[in-house]
Design a protein around this ligand. Structure first.
Ligand SMILES: NC(=O)c1ccc[n+]([C@@H]2O[C@H](COP(=O)([O-])OP(=O)(O)OC[C@H]3O[C@@H](n4cnc5c(N)ncnc54)[C@H](OP(=O)(O)O)[C@@H]3O)[C@@H](O)[C@H]2O)c1
Length: 304
């Protein structure tokens, strides 16, 4: 079994495990606090020490249920890096007066949201706080003020963004005297937009690693019966045989990890055997041609 290595996310940023455990779907796993604690310990054993949360994940909040598991073993906090996200304001936070889910990156909401994440998780600081989605009403001066206040109070060590375009990333960076440490973006053969819109080019230029979410497209590539998904699966199966991968999921992780920005890949499964199998993908190396065969299958045409 390969032990998942640590990588530095940006020149002055934190170290994350190359594979990160995502907790968005945690409520679907139906685990008790004790079972969740066991799951956390198991992925730490594999070397997956970084965990991904968001203020908006789950009803009841995933952060709260994760915090209850951490309470059962206080020492665990010191062995993990906790990422959370803010900036999506759901109707349910105040359903009597709020009509639609919306984005809110005001200073007040960023600080309130980060503080609520800390309270739910039962911890003193977040390793990284991300702005979850670009907000059309985002004033970067306000975001910078919020980040500075959270940093000065010791509540957040590093900051980043998620689903930002290169220009939104640059815009926010102009107001900060520290670097954004990641842009968490979707990367899989059904969604290759960040390969084409400059997002990954910008991160490579800055030596900032992306966090790749939904590497399996939330299992759509494994299950969907569209022509495109069937075409991709068929190529993935052939390549799995060529590189002796145990599953097409492993080939998908290898396809994402092959990118020259050196992404860290988020795993979304709640099944430890699938996480363990994901770790094996670190042993796999795709050639340029194998990587492009998956690209071609996704596009449905050859490279120009
Ligand atoms: N920043 C953002 O906007 C954003 C958006 C979405 C997600 N995320 C983050 O990214 C993480 C991963 O996203 P995701 O859950 O969509 O990831 P994913 O790995 O693409 O999908 C995971 C889903 O695939 C299922 N699955 C089926 N077969 C599998 C196999 N062989 N191996 C692994 N999983 C298999 C899992 O079910 P089982 O649990 O039954 O295995 C789970 O429901 C999230 O937890 C969240 O932290 C961020």
């Amino acid at each position: 079994m390969k032990f998942v290595p640590k990588v530095q996310m940006s020149p002055n940023g934190p170290s994350f495990s190359r594979l990160v455990q995502g907790y968005w779907r945690m409520n679907e796993w139906g685990m008790s606090s004790q079972e969740l604690l066991t799951f956390i310990k198991q992925h730490i054993e594999l070397g997956i020490t970084t965990v991904d949360h968001a203020h908006v994940y789950g009803i009841p909040p995933c952060e709260k249920r994760f915090g209850e598991a951490l309470k059962l073993n206080r020492g665990i906090r010191d062995s993990i890096e906790i990422v959370s996200k803010c900036g999506i304001q759901p109707v349910r936070d105040n359903s009597s007066t709020r009509k639609v889910n919306h984005y809110n990156t005001s200073k007040k909401y960023i600080i309130e949201s980060a503080e609520l994440s800390l309270q739910r998780l039962g911890i003193d600081f977040l390793d990284v706080l991300l702005i979850h989605r670009p907000d059309f009403l985002m004033s970067v001066d306000e975001v910078a003020d919020a980040f500075r206040a959270l940093y000065d109070s010791g509540k957040v060590k590093h900051f980043g963004v998620s689903n930002f375009t290169p220009s939104q990333f640059s815009l926010l960076q102009t107001r900060l005297d520290f670097e954004l440490v990641t842009n968490q973006v979707e990367i899989n053969p059904l969604n290759m937009s960040c390969l084409e819109d400059g997002t990954l080019d910008q991160l490579q230029a800055l030596r900032v690693k992306p966090m790749a979410w939904s590497c399996l497209a939330g299992s759509r590539i494994l299950l969907e019966n569209t022509e495109q998904a069937i075409r991709i699966r068929s190529v993935l199966s052939i390549i799995a045989d060529e590189i002796q991968a145990a599953s097409i999921a492993q080939v998908l992780y290898a396809w994402v990890l092959r990118l020259p920005t050196n992404p860290v890949a988020l795993l979304g499964s709640g099944k430890i055997e699938r996480i363990t199998s994901g770790v094996e993908s670190l042993n796999l190396q795709l050639t340029h041609e194998q990587w492009y065969r998956i690209w071609v299958a996704a596009k449905g045409h050859n490279v120009p």
